[in-house]
Design a protein around this ligand. Structure first.
Ligand code: SF4
Length: 279
C-alpha cells in the first residue's frame, strides 16, 4: 500500500431527523448541541468542493440527514450535481442520502453521481437495539440497489456502540457479502445527550477489525472516518492497521483534524496521495 485516498464531507441538510438512531446527534429525539439547518445553498457546496479538492480530496460526499432519499432530497441532489459538474473540480461525487430506491439511484448516477454511501451501521441483530424506527434490512437492500444502479458502493458501520464481538463479526461478514468499493469505518463518539453514553472499543480491537476487513476485502478502500482521533493516536497506526483512506477535514457534526496537518503527516510517512479513486 503506498497510496492514500482522501474524502471530504459536506453536511448539506443537518439535524431534525425524525428517526431514533441512538448514536446520532442529528436525531430530533435527542437534545444535542449541534447546528441544525435546511438545505445548504448550492453555491456554498460548490465552494466547499473546490476547497476539498485544494486539500487533495478526490471524493466529496453530500450528506443529508433523514431516513431516505425522498423527492425533495433527490431534487436537491440533481440540482447540486448539475452545478458541481458544470465546474471542472475533479472530484468523485458521493451521495449519502439514506435508504433509496434503484430508480432514484439510477437517476442520480445519470446526473453524474459516482458513488453512494450507505452504512449498515451494525449487525442486523444489534441494529434493532439502537434504532426502532427503520429496519436494517432496508439498509442492506439499498446497498444492493446502489450496485445495481452502477454506482460505486461505499458502506461500513460504527464500532464501539456496545455491540458484542459476535455483532462485529456479523457486520464484517455482511460487508463482505456486499464487497463495497470503499468501506467506511467509524468509531462511536459519545455525546451526553445521546442514549448511548460511552465508546466501548479499544484501540487494539479497532486495529484488529481493520486488519480483518483488509484481509477479507483486499481490493476495497478502507476509510477511517468519524472517531478516528478518539481511537488512534496518529496516522501511522491508522495505515499500519490496513486502512488506506481517511476523511479529511470536519465530520458531520464533530470537528476533524486540521487538513494541512494530515496532509503533511501522510507525505512525511512516504505515502502518495491518490489523484483519482482508481489510482
Ligand atoms: S436516519 Fe440518519 S440522520 Fe436520522 S437519526 Fe438515523 S443516522 Fe441520524
Amino acid at each position: 500500500m503506498n497510496k492514500i485516498y482522501l474524502c471530504a464531507i459536506s453536511n448539506i441538510l443537518s439535524g431534525s431527523c425524525k428517526e431514533d438512531c441512538a448514536f446520532c446527534t442529528q436525531s430530533s429525539k435527542y437534545k444535542t448541541d449541534i447546528q441544525r439547518y435546511n438545505f445548504k445553498d448550492i453555491q456554498i457546496v460548490v465552494n466547499e468542493a473546490k476547497l476539498a479538492r485544494a486539500s487533495k480530496a478526490i471524493g466529496f460526499c453530500l450528506v443529508t440527514s433523514g431516513v431516505g432519499l425522498d423527492k425533495k432530497r433527490k431534487e436537491y441532489m440533481l440540482k447540486a450535481l448539475q452545478e458541481l459538474n458544470s465546474h471542472d473540480i475533479g472530484l468523485n461525487y458521493i451521495g449519502c442520502n439514506g435508504i433509496a430506491k434503484y430508480e432514484d439511484l439510477l437517476e442520480l448516477k445519470k446526473s453524474g453521481l459516482g458513488s453512494y454511501n450507505h452504512n449498515l451501521e451494525s449487525s442486523e441483530n444489534y441494529y434493532k437495539t439502537i434504532c426502532t424506527t427503520h429496519a436494517w434490512k432496508d439498509r442492506y437492500e439499498t446497498c444492493f440497489a446502489v450496485k445495481k444502479a452502477g454506482l460505486k458502493l461505499c458502506s461500513g458501520g460504527i464500532f464501539g456502540m456496545g455491540e458484542s464481538r459476535a455483532d462485529r463479526e456479523s457486520l464484517i461478514s455482511s460487508l463482505g457479502s456486499l464487497s463495497p468499493a470503499s468501506i467506511a469505518i467509524n468509531f462511536f463518539v459519545p455525546n451526553s445527550a445521546l442514549p448511548l453514553k460511552k465508546n466501548t472499543i479499544s484501540k487494539t480491537e479497532a486495529k484488529e477489525i481493520v486488519a480483518q476487513i483488509r484481509e477479507s476485502l483486499p481490493n476495497s478502500h478502507i476509510m477511517i472516518a468519524g472517531g478516528r482521533e478518539l481511537i488512534f493516536d496518529n496516522l501511522v497506526e491508522v495505515f499500519e492497521s490496513g486502512a488506506n483512506s481517511i476523511v479529511i477535514g470536519d465530520y458531520l457534526t464533530t470537528k476533524g483534524e486540521e487538513k494541512d496537518k494530515d496532509i503533511k503527516a501522510i507525505e512525511s510517512l512516504g505515502y502518495k496521495i491518490a489523484k483519482s479513486c482508481d489510482g
